[in-house]
Design a protein around this ligand. Structure first.
Ligand code: ARG
Length: 479
């Protein structure tokens, strides 16, 4: 410990909200190591909100006299104004934003500021501010995702009736409508929205009044504080309240799944915008060039979305790992919750901002899609189904169709271009109407069960999506 610098003991400088029982100030390296100001600075306004509620609780409990309460209130509002105007300057040596705010309040209103922390611990204070912050962020993310849903909805409507090859194993499988494919993503995103709503409810629980872990000894009516703060509920166990970070895991899990979906969409668009596929053209404004190859137009924004998925997963693993071995209740490990959650929220918000615009400027190359439908024997299953309808057991129809496909491959054509005469040589069940069955649109429109690709069904799905989007917007507006 030779080279460790120690600062002079200065009990009047509230650099730490503790210190009485120490004979030495902390080592500078230790102080710097533990400092969380950079990360939790963004909680300032939420911490002020929490402190205003705390002050009200103390007023009602008779701890703050009305005059003291109004001075705390004015002081906090002034700091809020300073913060919003970018005029709030925290000392980088302050342990965290909560320390910095208390110090500022003391500078404005004097010793009454030191009454504010009565019965409160940073353990319930921090998590109250953190939850309030997360509530707002979840709402913003749901709104952003609904914007993406609207953009996909517009794309689906605009291209209704445009067929494309559907894939399994990235091999041509069966024809589907492009809109049907797009609506697969809106289903995924709807599930993400549901998960985000769940995360919102899990977050909207007020821990304030839990103190360090045992609960405040002052007569604070927690219930009356929670509503005005915007919480739907209050925590039921003070130990759990200060040591629970499930709400953070919930939101980052929801964001991870959301990113997984965006990453799959990204992968498809990277592929679809290649010369080999050419299904879509990406807008210039969302692509980049090469420093050496003048012809290049690269899908960097989309690739970065795919790339940043790992970052969000990283946050999820950080949180789960951070929590897994912690004894109850609060442990300082938990300070690491904020960088993980903030990074995941920031990443996803940026993704949503970009994608709600990008999707509105994608061009679909229907010609290329059409061309792609003419190979890959996409209608083979329809031939097997035709034979099955004629009475052949499906397994046999499958085997026979396999032989027909082989015949087409050897001839160098797609099964859909075989003539009635060629087909009837394979089975008497083929009738002249087989040539009508061997049609992309007929294949698509034969799939009319709920959730299938027939145009009628897809139109129904688009209507349902419309309803869902406005339903979710309604819920969001009421949160
Ligand atoms: N910055 C810390 C956090 O976010 C503050 C809590 C410190 N509390 C404590 N008991 N040491 O978790």
């Amino acid at each position: 410990m030779k080279n460790v610098k120690r600062k002079k003991h200065d009990k009047d400088n509230v650099l730490h909200l503790w210190g009485g029982r120490f004979e030495q100030e902390p080592a500078e390296v230790a102080d710097r190591f533990a400092n969380s100001l950079k990360a939790d600075r963004r909680l300032a306004l939420y911490d002020i909100k929490g402190s205003l509620a705390q002050a009200r609780g103390l007023l009602n409990a008779g701890i703050l006299a009305p005059g003291e309460y109004s001075s705390v209130q004015k002081g906090l509002h002034r700091i809020e104004t300073e913060f919003r105007a970018g005029r709030f300057v925290a000392d980088p040596a302050d342990e965290d934003i909560h320390t910095a705010l208390e110090k500022r309040l003391h500078a404005i209103i004097g010793d009454t500021a030191y009454k504010l922390h009565t019965g409160r611990s940073r353990n319930d204070q921090v998590v109250t501010a953190f939850r309030l912050y997360q509530i707002d962020e979840i709402k913003a993310i749901i709104a952003g995702l609904l914007d993406v849903q609207s953009a996909l909805h517009v794309l689906a409507i605009r291209h209704i009736g445009v067929p494309m090859p559907g894939f399994t194993h990235l091999q041509h499988a069966q024809p589907v409508l492009l809109s049907h494919h797009l609506l697969a993503y809106t289903e995924m995103f709807n599930r993400d929205i549901e998960r985000l709503f769940h995360a919102y409810y899990a977050t909207s629980v007020m821990p304030l009044g839990s103190g360090a872990l045992a609960g405040t000894p002052y007569d604070i009516d927690r219930e009356t504080l929670s509503g005005p703060l915007g919480f739907r509920d209050i925590s039921m166990n003070s130990i759990d309240a200060v040591s629970d970070r499930d709400f953070a895991v919930d939101v980052v899990y929801a964001l991870s799944t959301l990113m997984m979906h965006f990453s799959r969409l990204s992968e498809e668009l990277v592929l679809w915008s290649t010369d080999e596929f050419g299904f879509v053209s990406l807008p210039d404004a969302f692509t980049t060039g090469s420093s050496i190859m003048p012809q290049k137009k690269n899908p960097d924004v989309i690739e970065l979305t795919r790339g940043r998925t790992g970052r969000v997963y990283g946050s999820l693993i950080s949180l789960l790992t951070m929590m897994k071995g912690l004894p109850l209740s609060y442990n300082r490990d938990m300070q690491e919750d904020k960088p993980a959650v903030f990074d995941a929220l920031d990443t996803v918000k940026a993704v949503l901002d970009v994608w709600s615009q990008l999707l509105r400027h994608i061009t679909v190359n229907t010609g290329k899609l059409h061309e792609s439908l003419s190979h890959g024997n996409l209608l083979a299953t329809d031939i097997a189904d035709y034979l099955t309808r004629g009475g052949m057991p499906f397994r046999k129809a499958h085997a026979l169709t396999g032989r027909i496909v082989l015949y087409a491959i050897k001839k160098g054509v797609d099964v859909s271009s075989l003539s009635y005469d060629e087909l009837k040589a394979f089975s008497p069940l083929f009738r002249p109407d087989i040539v009508h069955a061997l049609d992309i649109k007929a294949s698509i429109n034969s799939r009319v069960v709920t959730g299938a690709t027939a145009e009628k069904q897809v139109k129904t799905s688009i209507k349902k999506l419309e309803k869902k989007i406005s339903h979710y917007r309604g819920i969001l507006g009421r949160l």
